[in-house]
Design a binder for this molecule. Structure first.
Ligand SMILES: C[S@@+](CC[C@H](N)C(=O)[O-])C[C@H]1O[C@@H](n2cnc3c(N)ncnc32)[C@H](O)[C@@H]1O
Length: 279
């Protein structure tokens, strides 16, 4: 029998993952060869692939986008810089939106908190994908300070209020929304994106935002349209397009009472890390 054929696109820049359709695994396009992955398919060919992750719920996201990619841009002193003192009477609460399998949540906690055992910093990560949340809980090494729940941010968010209530806080001190905006935007349109930003601004004192640039939308929409998902027709009618980070900034500043206070630069995938604060 003939060996399975596969087409590989090697791009100059890391723009989108590539799928091995047999394992549902993702690989960064610079580290993959036919020798390492004989069944490699590029996303354009991943028709009906159940691993195509219509919400960005990739099962091995951190093998092609390891936490260090973002951590190297975020100062370890961020919480102190923002005026949050660890070990005081008040807890410091971090929210991680769309935490996937929790690798970045735990890594960022360790990055920002010097002595996790003694700390009054608590991180809550949530994701709409139940399997990813289970995995995050199973591999969580910091049970007393880091926890994970299943939640879709576009639906009911009472669990976030419950968490705040348990810690007698009205707001999360720092909200992380990294590589999530595009998925909400593509699945729920312009209004979904704006509602996401408004919701997060309403419950956060500081917001660290990494919005995917427009070029990611084109590949994601093409891939997901091939799965027959008609809701991706949103893509054609989106009015918010082009510089998405700029649009998000404008919405947060004009309508959500937030202001941009810092940009930590861009990741290798050309995504800016922007820090906002409640005015
Ligand atoms: C590309 S991953 C990014 C993971 C992580 N934030 C990071 O930057 O490393 C996007 C994650 O957002 C989650 N997600 C997408 N839409 C969501 C929603 N409406 N509510 C909660 N999680 C969502 C997906 O399941 C996926 O795990």
């Amino acid at each position: 029998m003939a060996a399975p054929t596969a087409r590989v696109k090697i791009r100059e820049k890391l723009v989108e993952p590539i799928y091995d359709i047999s394992t549902r695994n993702l690989f960064s396009s610079t580290h993959v060869t036919m020798a390492t992955c004989p069944n490699l398919k590029d996303p354009d060919d991943a028709v009906n692939d159940p691993g195509a992750a219509p919400y960005g719920n990739f099962i091995n996201y951190y093998s092609f986008n390891p936490p260090e990619n973002r951590l190297s841009l975020i100062p370890a002193t961020l919480l102190q810089d923002l005026g949050y003192r660890d070990g005081g009477d008040e807890p410091t609460l971090i929210l991680d939106v769309g935490c996937n399998s929790g690798d970045l949540s735990v890594a960022i906690y360790k990055h920002l908190v010097q002595e996790p055992g003694e700390s009054t910093v608590h991180l809550l990560g949530f994701d709409l994908d139940e399997t990813l949340v289970e995995r995050a809980e199973q591999t969580n090494p910091l049970h007393s300070n880091v926890s994970f729940i299943q939640l879709d941010i576009t639906e009911e968010t009472n669990q976030l209020q419950d968490f705040l209530g348990q810690h007698s806080c009205s707001h999360f001190h720092l909200c992380l929304c990294l590589a999530v905006t595009m998925w909400v935007h593509l699945n729920h349109g312009d209004s979904g994106l704006l509602q996401l930003l408004s919701r997060l601004a309403a419950i956060s004192s500081h917001l660290l935002l990494e919005a995917q640039p427009w070029k990611c939308y084109r590949s994601a929409a093409r891939r997901l349209r091939k799965l027959g998902r008609s809701d991706f027709d949103h893509f054609k009618t989106l009015k918010i397009r082009g510089d998405v980070a700029e649009h998000a900034t404008e919405h947060l500043e004009r309508h959500c009472g937030m202001e941009l206070i810092r940009s930590f630069g861009s990741t290798a995938w050309d995504r800016k890390l922007l820090l906002f604060r409640r005015r």
